[in-house]
Design a protein around this ligand. Structure first.
Ligand code: GLA
Length: 733
């Protein structure tokens, strides 16, 4: 039984095959958190619940019950902390009731346990069949305000993951305001030997890995850009100081949301720590009329005692199987050529066709036409919003070009940036009120563009019609959905003053509604997410888009850091990764074409350069890479990722591998960052079957799983800066 309620003690025990999560309703009706970690057999855990010997200065429950011990939230581990009634740590829930006071205090009313997982209406979330997951709903009430709060927990038994979200219903006859409502709250009993991992960055250097000790006080990772952002990702992990890729406790938290978020870890004086994650309260204020409800996005929590690598592999499986949807979840996605770095805005239909033709000869399967095909768009200064084909650039129209590319045996993809409008565009001239803005204040401008108010149904209808018009008139298989600036002056002309605090979240809900509508109408479409590279790379996108452009930095060496960090929770199958020209346009670095291929193959593979300019020898290499990618597709995209040598550790090399689920096959990639004088390179593999022997297909050498994992392989070559090797191992017994 994955979720049990032990009525004698009012304990809830939520188990997966590797983890347990335990909470309890105490005598006053409060929910106490007792445990989250490796699986423990069924047992009474209430001894963890009461803190005896606390100071009398800690506020306690106002009305004692006979026989119940003194209870103070100040010194207890709370399951879902509320503001203003004696828990002084960061709170998960704060509601301003009709009295104007922000005091919230929820107590248990009832619960339900059932097979499967409910949908979250209007929000992307993981999904599960009835035999894959079990759900617990705990209904609580704040009697003073009439706020009914439901806590949702789903455990994915076989995967070892769990999800949480929360909804609030106003059951009073008066209005209330939600100031903050987080998706999850976990109180760790003892976090004194724990580290915090998070992913920071900026444009062209997204999701850099940072690991720091938890400190007393609060460490906060957040975004208030209106997007999950390149600067911080809605992912954190807390892990034991001694946790490595292979060993130790690692707890991951990831928010399925593309807007403003907060993730925080607060260590209190007695060494416990509270982790909170949810919508960023800054810029958020949700008015809840009598009878209305509000539901948070979902947080995905993963625990592994097989280290950080173990945690990542659980996320990868969950996201591949229970978050990605539709046809392209399991179907091999086409190898693509994108014209952005090949031409930027400077193209016509013949130039694009020439690139596509060369690509088709090399085994590339889809041509993607990037920015500049519409409106009056010859630079990034104009045209966004005018989603009508520029026929002076694409003579004969889009349909003709698409047909010609289809005749080469290739699919056709196209770039959109639907949420934006250029200041210099017909759309903005006709509908200036469709852009986000606030009264009597100039609108900040970035890349010469404004952000459309996605909370408006008329804006979404316009975009749906424009996109449909393009897709209905040409055989388009793929959309690259870009988003190239963040939100400022966030006001909506259609909402009353007391609802302006809802615009950030309504924007995200509007975006999801539009994506859902498009996918319903075009179920065969592949959407690739993008945001100035990887500026909105979050799990929510995976629900709509099986792949996202990882970064505008296509330099293979920079990509080692970026892809390594991204893999903390996102599967390789979601990372758009292209071979581009050298010297690289972002870094000016020159790397071997083979290395660029090896690095890009650890993602959804493609090219982004003018293929017509390649030498014959380079074309042969590209052909070989496409064949290799097709051959290894399942291993790369469905296998387990083992990070073997971190590019952060010594900055001289990097290695990772994919191991098939049956452990029959392994693909190892090794990249030298600084070659030095070394003529021997050792790499220890991981995740193999130690009782089997494996043949290195490239060298013919046969070694035992034990040897490969304990002693490793030895590459006896003086590899130069940026050189790489890829080895395929197959089990021989
Ligand atoms: C963003 C994307 C790029 C490209 C340009 C086009 O920067 O990340 O890949 O599509 O926009 O303007």
């Amino acid at each position: 039984m994955a979720i049990q309620f032990i009525s004698a003690t009012k304990i809830f025990k939520l188990d997966t095959n590797k983890t347990s999560y335990i909470l309890q309703v105490n005598g006053y009706g409060y929910l106490l958190h007792h445990y989250y970690g490796a699986y423990i057999p069924d047992s009474e855990m209430d001894y963890l619940g009461y803190t005896v010997g606390h100071s009398s200065f800690s506020p306690g429950v106002p009305c004692w019950k006979n026989g119940e011990p003194y209870f103070s939230k100040d010194v207890s581990r709370m399951e879902y902390s509320c503001n203003g009634c004696g828990d002084f740590r960061g709170s998960a829930l704060s509601i301003i009731r009709s009295t104007g006071t922000a005091d919230t205090d929820i107590r248990y009313v009832s619960h339900k346990i059932y097979a499967g997982k409910p949908q979250i209406v209007g929000l992307p979330a993981t999904y599960a069949a009835a035999d894959e997951a079990t759900t617990l709903e705990i209904l609580c009430i704040d009697e003073a305000s009439g706020a009914e709060v439901t806590l949702y927990y789903t455990v994915f038994e076989a995967l070892g993951a769990m999800t949480r979200h929360v909804s609030v219903k106003n059951t009073s006859d008066k209005m209330m305001n939600i100031q903050r409502i987080f998706s999850t709250c976990v109180d760790f009993h003892d976090a004194r030997d724990m580290d915090l991992i998070h992913l920071y960055g900026s444009w062209a250097m997204e999701r850099k890995f940072e690991r720091i000790p938890l400190m007393h006080g609060t460490q906060v990772i957040s975004s208030k850009r209106g997007a999950s952002s390149a600067m911080h990702n809605p992912f954190i992990a807390v892990c034991s100081h001694d946790a490595t890729e292979e060993y130790g406790d690692a707890y991951g938290f990831n928010l399925v949301y593309s807007g403003n978020f907060v993730a925080s870890a607060e260590m209190d004086t007695d060494g416990g720590a509270r982790v909170l994650m949810g919508i960023n309260p800054e810029g958020f204020n949700w008015k809840l009329e009598a009878g209305e409800s509000f539901t948070t996005p979902e947080a995905v929590m993963v625990y592994s005692n097989e280290g950080i690598g173990g945690m990542s592999r659980i996320y990868h499986r969950l996201y591949r199987n229970n978050l990605c949807r539709g046809e392209w979840k399991n179907t091999r996605r086409p190898i693509l050529i994108n014209n952005w770095e090949a031409t930027y805005f400077n193209f016509d239909e013949e130039k694009l066709y020439d690139i596509a033709k060369t690509a088709s000869e090399l085994g590339i399967e889809m041509f993607v036409m990037d920015d500049g095909w519409f409106g009056d768009r010859n630079t990034d200064k104009s045209g966004l919003g005018d989603w009508f084909v520029n026929e002076s650039k694409l003579k004969g129209g889009l349909g003709k070009l698409v047909d010609r590319v289809n005749d080469l045996g290739m699919k056709f993809g196209i770039w959109f940036e639907p949420e934006m409008v250029s200041k210099d565009s017909n759309l903005f001239r006709a509908h200036p009120e469709w852009a986000l803005q606030t009264p009597n204040r100039p609108m900040s401008i970035a890349r010469a563009q404004y952000v459309l108010d996605m909370s408006r149904a008329d804006v979404r209808d316009y975009l749906f019609d424009c996109i449909s018009q393009v897709l209905d008139n040409a055989n388009i298989a793929y959309i690259k959905w870009d988003f190239n600036r963040n939100l400022t002056e966030v006001g909506s002309a259609l909402l009353d003053a007391d609802r302006q605090g809802e615009v950030f979240h309504r924007y995200v809900l509007g975006l999801y509604e539009l994506l859902e509508r498009i996918l319903n109408k075009y179920p065969h479409l592949i959407i690739e997410g993008c945001s100035s590279g990887g500026g909105r790379f979050d799990p929510a996108w995976l629900y709509y888009a099986p792949q996202s452009w990882t970064s505008d930095d296509t330099d293979a060496i920079e990509r080692l850091d970026i892809q390594y960090g991204t893999s903390m929770c996102y599967p390789v199958s979601s990372m758009g990764s292209h071979v581009s020209a050298c010297p690289n346009h972002q870094t000016n670095r020159t790397t071997p074409l083979t290395t660029r291929g090896h690095v890009a193959m650890s993602g959804t593979f493609g090219y982004e350069l003018d293929l017509t300019k390649l030498t014959d020898e380079e074309k042969e290499i590209v052909k070989g890479q496409c064949d290799e990618y097709r051959k290894y597709y399942d291993l790369i995209n469905k296998g387990d990722l083992y990070r073997l040598i971190s590019p952060w550790k010594d900055r001289t090399r990097c290695a990772w591998s994919f191991v098939s689920e049956d452990k029959n096959e392994v693909l190892l990639t090794y990249v030298v960052i600084r070659g030095g004088i070394y003529d021997r390179h050792y790499v220890r593999l991981n995740g193999l079957d130690e009782n089997r022997y494996y043949r290195n297909v490239q060298t013919g050498q046969v070694l035992s799983g034990k040897a490969l994992m304990n002693a490793g392989i030895c590459i006896q070559e003086r590899l130069r800066d940026y050189e790489s090797r890829m080895y395929h191992f197959i089990s021989v017994n």
